[in-house]
Design a protein around this ligand. Structure first.
Ligand SMILES: C[S@@+](CC[C@H](N)C(=O)[O-])C[C@H]1O[C@@H](n2cnc3c(N)ncnc32)[C@H](O)[C@@H]1O
Length: 186
């Protein structure tokens, strides 16, 4: 019998995952790196609220067009600005209070280099929220898996505090997705 695939994540699911990692972000400036079509960007925009700003970055301009065309559900939300860019290269962004990276770090060979760039974009104490697969073997869809134990090492070497896993849920592709938070060290 074929396994039953869980439904695709929606803004409400993304909000439930993010809430544990972003308890207070009212009026802040956040970026969603590797935003895709923006399911986490929209959830983040509701947590940041209208006085703040969310910058959605992706190297796929078509995904960003879809993101821009979609509306945010659930009341007042921060404006969303899209930026076409590659997270492995320098990005011209304002100083950030927080960064979300959901299902993107596993596409990057030099995860430590990218995390060092992210640390440099954050104010001291600024927050990185990472969503990645736990216990996944390398493969075409996840070439460079980053499980929670590896993220602890990568974050330390890139200048972050000790990450905390604040949420986890089964992935629709099997296994588990975890949500971890680390702050940029002062
Ligand atoms: C699996 S999707 C995740 C999208 C969204 N964060 C989510 O969780 O629904 C991965 C996204 O990362 C983007 N991506 C992969 N490598 C990237 C890079 N080096 N720079 C910027 N975006 C990248 C892809 O274009 C794609 O939109």
């Amino acid at each position: 019998m074929r396994p039953v695939r869980r439904p695709r994540m929606n803004q409400g699911d993304a909000l439930a995952l993010l809430r544990a990692a972003v308890p207070a972000a009212d009026g802040e400036v956040w970026a969603d790196l590797g935003a895709g079509t923006g399911v986490f960007t929209r959830a983040l925009a509701t947590l940041v609220g209208p006085p703040g700003r969310v910058i959605a970055v992706d190297r796929d301009a078509t995904a960003l067009e879809v993101l821009s065309a979609r509306t945010v559900d659930g009341g007042p939300a921060a404006p969303i600005i899209t930026v076409a860019g590659d997270v492995t290269e320098p990005l011209s962004l304002p100083p950030l209070d927080g960064v979300v990276m959901a299902n993107v770090l596993h596409f990057v060979a030099d995860a430590e280099g990218v995390l060092a760039r992210v640390a440099a974009m954050l104010r001291p104490g600024g927050r990185l929220v990472l969503m990645e697969y736990e216990g996944r073997r390398p493969g075409p869809w996840v070439p460079y898996p980053v499980d929670a134990a590896r993220f602890v090492e990568l974050a330390r070497d890139a200048g972050f505090t000790l990450p905390r896993v604040v949420a986890a849920q089964p992935s629709r592709f099997g296994g588990e997705i975890y949500v971890a938070v680390a702050e940029r060290s002062p």
